[in-house]
Design a protein around this ligand. Structure first.
Ligand code: DQA
Length: 142
């Protein structure tokens, strides 16, 4: 079955507790359930992973992304500075959709720049968990 990798970066394990007025009250486990339900409805498999470590995210992508339809990634704060993650996404040469739960353009100035977005086909920001579902829909059609 076709497979998609869904990866979440630093501090997204705190979803539900962390700044709920920005990120909502649903947890990372709720996000995983939402993503798995959407994948099932699209007839695709999903590998779901979160890490607070840049190196672990890169290792995970290098091992698990090749051969998949593509990558849905919320690099969290790494979006704003991780050239290593950018290089990793470029090297994998797969369709990438970058997702942000919040609208990074409506927040602090430093958030509006994403270095990893340059390696993405597209970016969805500000639509909460629905952004992940839309990203899966896009990749399922690739
Ligand atoms: C985020 C936005 C980032 O600026 C922030 O560092 C995050 C989450 C989002 O999903 O809105 O950790 O990627």
């Amino acid at each position: 079955m076709s497979r998609v990798v869904v990866v979440n970066g630093p501090n997204l394990n705190l979803l539900g507790k962390r700044e709920p007025e920005i990120y909502g009250t649903r947890t990372l486990q709720d996000l995983e359930s939402t993503v798995r339900a959407k994948a099932r409805s699209l007839g695709i498999d999903v590998d779901f992973f979160q890490s607070n470590s840049e190196g672990e995210l890169i290792e995970y992508l290098q091992v698990h992304a090749p051969g998949t339809l593509g990558i849905v990634i919320n690099p969290a704060a790494l979006s704003h500075y991780s050239l290593a993650l950018y290089d990793c996404l470029q090297a994998l040469a797969l369709p990438v959709v970058e997702v942000h739960i919040s609208n990074i353009h409506a927040r602090e100035e430093f958030r509006s720049r994403s270095v990893t977005a340059r390696a993405a086909r597209g970016v969805i920001a500000g639509l909460g968990f629905a952004g992940y579902e839309m990203a899966l829909e896009y990749l399922a059609k690739q």
